[in-house]
Design a protein around this ligand. Sequence first.
Ligand code: APR
Length: 235
Amino acid sequence: MLKKWIDEAKHTVVFTGAGMSTESGLPDFRSANKGLWQSKDPSRIASADALNNNVSEFIAFYRERVQGVREYGPHKGHHILAEWEKQGKVQSIITQNVDGFHQQAGSRKVAELHGTLQKLHCQACGKVYDSEDYINQDYHCSCGGILRPSVVLFGETLPEEAFDFAMSEARKSDLFIVMGSSLSVTPANQFPIIAKDSGAKIVIINKEQTEMDHIADQVIQGNEIGEVLAELNSP
Ligand code: APR
């Protein structure tokens, strides 16, 4: 059914979460027994407060994640989505991921709701650096301020441009496909609802149950995203 919907849709938006990049080698956050938040408390290390009051744990955690996104890269699923954009089968991607893999695979219209680990910026003056500097342990800006990854920390607002683009795309969509997200974090998890309210068909592709399965027109559960996309992409 999904193959037919993709062929017939006029404005398909793909919404991805950390499950889109586990086949690249990155951990997700809430997968049973292996997600990052199964062993770490996000409020202690991934919050604006942690950046000011728990700096060494914050830097250690993000240094490891920066190393991960620089060591790994897009898998076949990312490349298929980029191919579908070129073929006009997908109009845009809204991602919660900060790895930059959609763009590395060639996708052009990507809204990064939670920022990116590919860049750092200075807390004091806002100057932008490549995240390579985080690996070389150079955590200070030339102005003396602290460098931090350009990701959205818990308690921070989402980047306005990405949010507005995602809102406009969700409202225009007639097919909205969620891939690899538990849909448990607001406001990102509101986009499938906005798309549904705008008349889109909702499809959720995820290994486990999500918080929004009840609003989906189709749920493809239990399979690896890479396999599902390869199957959908086969003639
Ligand atoms: N194929 C299909 N589904 C997968 C795969 C895979 N290869 N790997 C993992 N999954 C599923 C998991 O079962 C899980 O339900 O992807 C989902 C990922 O959910 P989360 O780990 O909660 O990740 P996400 O929804 O992206 O989290 C949202 O939370 O901590 C914040 O900022 C962080 O952007 C993140 C946000």
